[in-house]
Write a protein that binds this ligand. Structure first.
Ligand SMILES: [Zn+2]
Length: 140
C-alpha cells in the first residue's frame, strides 16, 4: 500500500482555544465539541481574521504600554521583534514632518527602518473608559 504516514513533531492545535490536540486523527481541528461549536458560531462574520488582528493589536498595545511604564520611548526593531511585536498591524498612520507616525489605539510612535521612537500616549481624544468624574477605568 502506498499510504504514507507523517510523523509530526508538534500536535495540531485547536483552532478555537489553541490547546494542543493530543488525541485523535492529525486532521482534527478542535479539541472538543464545545470549541468546534464556538468557532463555527463565530465564523459567520469572517471574524477569524478580525479576532487574529485584534489579538495582535492587543499584544502590540501591551508591549507599548510596558515600554511606556518603564519610560522607554525608543527601541530597536530587533528587540521589538523579540518581544513579539508585529509591525504589520496598526490602527492608523500619518506622515508628519517626513516621519511616519503610527498609532496603536491611543499610543503613538514614529517608525524608521531600524527602530521606533518617540513612543507617547495621545492626550487629546477622550477614551471609552473615561468617567465624568475624571477617573479612568483601568484596563487591567
Ligand atoms: Zn479547544
Amino acid at each position: 500500500m502506498a499510504k504514507t504516514y507523517r510523523i509530526k513533531e508538534e500536535h495540531p492545535r485547536c483552532l478555537e482555544c489553541g490547546d494542543e490536540i493530543v488525541y485523535g486523527r492529525s486532521d482534527k481541528k478542535f479539541c472538543g465539541v464545545s470549541c468546534r461549536a464556538r468557532y463555527h458560531n463565530r465564523e459567520a462574520g469572517s471574524s477569524k481574521s478580525r479576532m487574529r488582528i485584534l489579538s495582535i493589536l492587543d499584544r502590540n498595545y501591551s508591549i507599548l504600554e510596558g515600554l511606556l511604564s518603564l519610560e522607554i520611548t525608543s527601541i530597536g526593531n530587533a528587540e521589538l521583534g523579540a518581544l513579539g511585536f508585529n509591525h504589520e498591524v496598526i490602527t492608523s498612520s500619518a506622515k508628519i514632518r517626513g516621519h511616519t507616525e503610527v498609532s496603536c489605539f491611543d499610543i503613538r510612535y514614529f517608525r524608521s527602518e531600524t527602530k521606533i521612537f518617540n513612543i507617547h500616549r495621545a492626550v487629546s481624544a477622550p477614551l471609552a473608559g473615561w468617567q465624568p468624574d475624571g477617573s479612568m477605568n483601568k484596563r487591567h
